[in-house]
Design a binder for this molecule. Structure first.
Ligand SMILES: [Zn+2]
Ligand SMILES: [Zn+2]
Length: 168
């Protein structure tokens, strides 16, 4: 999706809105392809007193696997994007500025990059996910498992003594 900005560049105050969908369902991330189709992109490029400003959002559903309990879960992801655009760089220091090519900007590339950079590398189904039991592998979110708690050997010895006394 390329947006031609020739007219916006020449017209202070002009705003060129855009809205389109992308398919990133083939995008591999951590060995999975988590991005549900379609990815929605919308926003606008504005000419503010001669400066070109790109503002928009990219959003999509993600189908993920919890790192703690391994359960599949879905999450909505929404990334705001803002860049200054320029036809040429006046000074090399301006990292945030995107260069136009022949007065055009490749929006798919800009928003795909922003989306990928915003992806979390860790995914947890919920902040208080209890994860899996290290002993039996049960999902502790479903309740306590059948594993016996480790018994303190001193308490076990006392329990034996008490048992013997009660037999007398
Ligand atoms: Zn979980
Ligand atoms: Zn267990």
């Amino acid at each position: 999706m390329r947006l031609n900005l020739q007219e916006v560049i020449r017209t202070p105050g002009m705003r060129a809105p855009f809205s389109f969908q992308m398919d990133l369902s083939g995008l591999e991330f951590g060995g999975e392809t988590p991005v549900a189709a379609p990815v929605e992109v919308s926003g606008a490029v504005r000419n503010m007193a001669g400066a070109l400003i790109l503002e928009g959002t990219v959003s999509a559903g993600l189908n993920l696997t919890c790192d703690r309990c391994l359960a599949p879960f879905s999450q909505k992801m929404r990334v705001p994007v803002e860049h200054l655009l320029a036809e040429e760089l006046e000074d090399e220091e301006n990292d945030g500025i995107l260069l136009l090519e022949d007065g055009e900007i490749d929006l798919a590339e800009v928003f795909t990059t922003a989306f990928v950079l915003a992806m979390d590398t860790k995914h947890v189904c919920s902040e208080d996910c209890k994860g899996l039991c290290a002993g039996c592998g049960a999902n502790l979110n479903d309740g306590p498992c059948q594993c016996r708690p480790e018994v303190d050997p001193r308490l076990a010895a006392l329990a034996q003594l008490l048992d013997r006394e009660s037999d007398d």
